[in-house]
Design a protein around this ligand. Structure first.
Ligand SMILES: [Zn+2]
Length: 396
């Protein structure tokens, strides 16, 4: 059986400002706390019992929630207190993540759990990459999405991305500018295409599926691209043309690394995966400029490799500290390869950055990070406006 693809919409829904309506509030409450009885949803959302019943019926009909059997509940007279939970058996979100070395194709359920992911090497030119994505997405879905309805395609990359226009404004790590992601793909993949920046997608994933709470969140991504995302009260800071969070060209004190922007000592140019890997080759630590090789050497006790990893984290801390002074986040989440593979270095970075060893935590998604990031713009749109799926043809 072929995967169910939604009918193409002439103009896919633009992601607007985060808004909460009743159905969204019910769905988010079930996501955060489910399985949950309707009475508990009423007290959580402060909606009326009638409104919760109505929204629950809509969400049930759309296959977004279901009523799991409660083994602890004995049959009893009167109205049973049947709980609601997120239904992960019908809908899935697809995504493509574009990084410097490769593309990641992914499929997640409504709880952001990865069902399938595949990688392929990335071509140089953006047009070639988007042509390949257009060809490969339907094949990927045929391999992995059988029997599911696919809610949309997320397209995520580092740098400055305008989700409203569906355009990559600039990704200096790729050397790409003004690439019309959504326009290039929406006809070819016959799905709503949701475009987002990598750091912001991961911050959304932490807000939806992690445990970061509603305070001020700073999410830092350090890879070949270096980006930040800031959220407060569960809402991401957008900035002009969705440009908030651009930290790639913050100055690293003492760095003389040339940057494509024309200056020297910029954060991204100084600490990028490929810069660090090139240093490791120049220092004779590894033979090929490949960050996983350096991490492997550090893990197996090579003191110079470990030292280079520590140096990277120290440079990140020194460049980013003024940002923390300004926004005073409640929690800092770091998605970065060194601390993923050498978690004992995270408290060191945290101390350097904030003065406290437990202030910075690792991202929630481990080795699934890119796969989750790719699909999360689709999931975010579902949780922001679940009833909007009906106008996109999803309720079927
Ligand atoms: Zn620069």
């Amino acid at each position: 059986m072929l995967p169910t693809l939604f009918a193409p919409t002439p103009v896919p829904r633009e992601p607007g400002p985060d808004r909460t309506d009743g159905a969204a509030a019910v769905l988010r409450t079930v996501l955060d706390r489910g399985p949950l009885a309707r009475t508990a949803i009423v007290s959580e959302t402060r909606l009326s019992a009638a409104a919760v019943s109505r929204h629950a019926a809509d969400l049930l009909a759309m296959g977004l929630v279901w009523q799991p059997p409660d083994p602890g509940q004995q049959p009893r007279p009167g109205r049973p207190r049947i709980p609601l939970d997120i239904d992960t058996s019908h809908h899935v979100a697809a995504g493509v993540h574009i990084a410097v070395p490769r593309l990641t194709f992914s499929l997640t359920d409504l709880r952001g759990r990865v069902i399938a992911s595949e990688h392929m090497p990335r071509a140089e030119h953006p047009g070639t990459v988007l042509d390949e994505v257009a060809v490969q997405v339907p094949r990927f879905l045929r391999r992995h999405a059988n029997g599911f309805s696919v809610l949309g395609l997320g397209l995520v990359t580092g740098g400055w991305v305008d989700p409203e226009k569906g355009v990559l404004v600039e990704n200096t790590a790729l050397g790409w500018r003004d690439v019309p992601f959504r326009r290039a793909l929406r006809q070819a993949v016959r799905l709503p295409v949701h475009v987002e920046g990598h750091a912001r997608a991961l911050a959304r994933a932490e807000l939806l599926f992690g445990t970061v709470g509603d305070g001020v969140l700073l999410h830092l991504f350090v890879g070949n691209a270096v980006d930040a995302a800031i959220a407060t009260g569960g809402t991401l800071l957008r900035g002009r043309r969705h440009g908030a969070g651009g930290i790639a060209h913050l100055a690293v004190p003492g760095s003389t690394q040339p940057c494509p922007c024309g200056r020297t000592g910029c954060l991204q140019a100084t600490v990028a995966d490929r810069t660090i890997a090139a240093h490791a080759v120049a220092d004779g630590i590894i033979a090929q400029p490949d960050l996983p090789l350096l991490l492997q050497a550090a893990r197996t006790g090579d003191a110079r490799a470990l030292d280079l990893c520590r140096t990277r984290l120290r440079m990140v801390a020194r460049a980013v500290r003024p940002v923390l002074d300004v926004i005073q986040p409640d929690v800092v989440v770091l998605t970065e390869a060194v601390t993923l593979h050498l978690p004992h270095l995270l408290p060191e970075l945290s101390r350097e950055l904030t003065g406290a060893a437990d202030m910075v935590r690792a991202g929630s998604f481990g080795t699934d990070t890119l796969a989750v990031a790719a699909a999360v713009p689709v999931l975010a749109s579902v949780y922001r406006d679940p009833l909007g799926l009906r106008t996109a043809g999803a309720a079927g």
